[in-house]
Design a protein around this ligand. Structure first.
Ligand code: BF8
Length: 641
């Protein structure tokens, strides 16, 4: 791969050159040598039974000609494409929601006092969410209303929360957090999620050979499972993480591969669940471990993150991200990574091969995510012995410091960023004098200083130029006075490329947005956390509706969503819950829908009539931005502003 073509980010270019010099192949090289399957790419390969895989050809008269294509069973292009799409949603929703389940189960152990290393760090958040689970936060004693004991509330909430994955009642509890008109749309359409597990199981059942063969009906289940992700599994995950680890608030930190330090033990934590990384932070910062590192000749311990674990550690503690998805191999290729600890999701198996070329210890920690190569160590993380497990891991990194080879090359690039935003901190900076209000934000949208709001989220994809789609798109939005909310690898890209500073407002924003950001002292791009934290964007949008003046529902807002470099099935689940919540959502690169134009039209056009939001795809980042801006302008016109 040509480093200049593969990524726009200089540290990554340097590392790719180094990898090539050392004869280590990376994802960028494999993207050149291995091309995707053209039929799979169009979404019309059905491998759900052993009569297939049935790979549908193009219709005889071209893609818009008469369509008589079918699989052996007779499944049409629409059925096959919809099945594949629904299975992607199920995969994504399962990943987010299983993460959320792990958090809920740990919270239950903490509430029962059997996971002694976890506790309630943010009681206000606990009290805020308790009513949605039907848990009282006050008690009556002798006719007087008193605050209920926080441990009691925690236990009651935890017991209710874990049931959201499999309860027999017919509605997920958090659904009532959505704006009323949206809830009514979901009810009318019959897509209100029951519980997380059931929706995912039903996706798998309906997409089995010979079950649901109506793309619209299939997508009803896709929508329902996606809502179970966004408004239930992910949202509970985010909330309970806030309860246990504290809600983020704005802080300053660094970003990029250059945060690694030659004279320190470099411990990289990669994956998604903060259950592990939170404890690793506590252990790595303990005097005992710092002294131990010094006894081994290091100046200290440098922690850094990759992927969404990076975001979790950044948002709550200011631990710097070393990079996003496509930078994971390069953290090891610096030669300075003493240990890389991974849990679940977005972990490339090639890390094991890369680690073999250096001294790096690669440690898997999750029972559901092991790596077969024999140089990988597995230390199973158990929430009941969190501190002990984390100590073992940190000690492995320290002990490995002296095994480093002479050939260390840490790129110089590291940027400064302000991260740590959330629903409350947006309110703090852009609210009014009334608690619970996004008044200032709405007011600035109404008076036109801010044209609208965009959520730019999601992955990197080695089939597109690393970070470029994110950065070009975000800059174009800023130039046009659109306030940008970011999560996931998009947020890391924005941090690395210097868009997460208040000063960047004067450089990149149109005059209106620049004025607002300068007045309140915020960056024009707000980092809202990991991909699971996209639930924060749903709630921020709901707050905008509540604050008034911008319509009655999320679909009325001058807002749009985007995942310009998406890669994971998780992005499809997120995209679908945004669409079904009323958001116009544009993906970059490509969508696996081209082989079934009728189904594609259903997602790109008809869905808007049902939910107020719809899908779209545009690989060119400037055109992509302008599609979002055109939608924002349409909404402004409808609102008469
Ligand atoms: O959940 S953005 S590459 S890291 S999937 Fe993965 Fe995509 Fe990054 Fe986080 Ni989200």
């Amino acid at each position: 791969a040509d480093p200049m073509e593969a990524t726009m980010e200089p540290a990554t270019q340097d590392m790719l050159r180094r990898a090539q010099k050392l004869g280590i192949d990376t994802v960028f090289d494999r993207a050149v040598t291995m091309k995707p399957c053209a039929i799979g790419m169009q979404g019309i390969c059905c491998k759900n039974c052993a009569m297939g895989p049935c790979r549908l050809p193009l219709p005889k008269g071209g893609i818009d000609g008469e369509d008589t294509r079918k699989g052996l069973c007779g499944a049409t292009a629409n059925t096959i494409c919809a099945r594949n799409f629904v299975r992607m949603i199920a995969g994504g929703a399962a990943a987010h929601s299983d993460h959320g389940r792990g958090v809920a189960e740990t919270f239950l152990s903490a509430a029962r006092k059997s996971a002694k290393d976890y506790s309630v760090k943010d009681p206000a958040r606990l009290i805020q969410i308790a009513p949605y689970f039907g848990v009282a936060t006050t008690v009556e004693e002798d006719g007087v209303t008193k605050d209920r004991d926080i441990d009691e509330i925690a236990l009651a909430v935890a017991e209710k929360a874990v049931r959201e994955w499999g309860k027999p009642e017919l509605t997920a509890s958090y659904i009532k957090r959505a704006p009323k008109p949206l809830q009514e749309k979901w009810e009318k359409e019959g897509v209100v999620p029951r519980n997380v597990d059931r929706e995912i199981v039903e996706c798998m059942h309906r997409t089995l050979m010979g079950v649901d063969q109506d793309y619209k009906n299939l997508m009803k289940q896709g929508v329902r499972a996606s809502l179970a992700d966004g408004w239930c599994g992910s949202m509970i995950g985010t909330d309970l993480q806030d309860v246990m680890f504290g809600s983020p608030s704005p802080l300053q930190a660094e970003a990029n591969l250059g945060v690694m330090k030659e004279d320190h033990v470099n411990l990289i934590v990669h994956g998604h669940e903060p259950l592990l990384s939170e404890i690793i932070i506590a252990v790595a910062q303990s005097q005992e471990m710092v002294d131990y590192a010094k006894s081994k000749g290091a100046k200290g311990i440098q922690l850094a993150g990759i992927c969404c674990t990076a975001n979790e550690m950044l948002q709550r503690h200011g631990v710097p991200p070393a990079g996003n998805f496509l930078q994971q191999e390069f953290a090891i290729i610096t030669g300075a990574c003493d240990a890389m600890v991974v849990d679940v999701q977005c972990i490339m198996q090639n890390l094991a091969n890369v680690a073999k070329c250096f001294h790096t210890k690669l440690i898997t920690t999750h029972p559901i995510a092991k790596i077969e190569q024999d140089n990988v160590i597995h230390i199973e993380f158990d929430e009941h012995y969190a501190m002990e497990d984390a100590k073992r891991i940190v000690k492995i990194a320290i002990d490995n410091f002296e095994n480093r080879g002479a050939d260390v090359m840490i790129p110089k690039q590291r940027s400064i960023q302000v991260a740590g935003f959330g629903v409350e901190s947006i309110q703090y900076h852009l609210g009014g004098s009334f608690r619970g209000s996004y008044y200032t934000l709405n007011d600035n949208i109404i008076n036109g200083r801010i044209r609208g709001v965009a959520g730019v989220v999601g992955c990197n994809n080695a089939r597109t130029k690393h970070n470029e789609e994110h950065i070009v798109l975000i800059k174009e939005l800023l130039k046009n006075d659109v306030l940008v909310l970011v999560t996931g690898c998009s947020a890391i890209a924005a941090g690395v490329h210097g868009l997460l500073t208040p000063e960047s407002a004067a450089v990149y924003c149109g005059p209106g947005l620049a004025e607002v950001c300068e007045t309140v002292g915020i960056p024009p791009v707000l980092h809202l956390g990991s991909c699971v934290d996209n639930s924060r964007i749903l709630l921020a949008a709901t707050e905008m509706v509540k604050a008034g003046g911008l319509g009655d529902d999320i679909c009325d807002l001058p807002a749009a969503g985007s995942a310009p470099e998406w890669m994971s099935e998780k992005a499809i689940a997120i995209g679908q819950y945004f669409v079904a919540s009323g958001v116009y959502t544009v993906f970059g690169y490509h969508m696996p829908l081209e082989g079934a134009p009728v189904f594609k039209d259903y997602l790109y056009k008809e869905m808007e009539e049902i939910y107020g939001g719809k899908w779209d795809c545009e690989p060119d980042p400037i055109k992509h931005a302008h599609k979002m801006i055109a939608h924002i302008d349409k909404k402004r016109k409808e609102l008469g502003i």
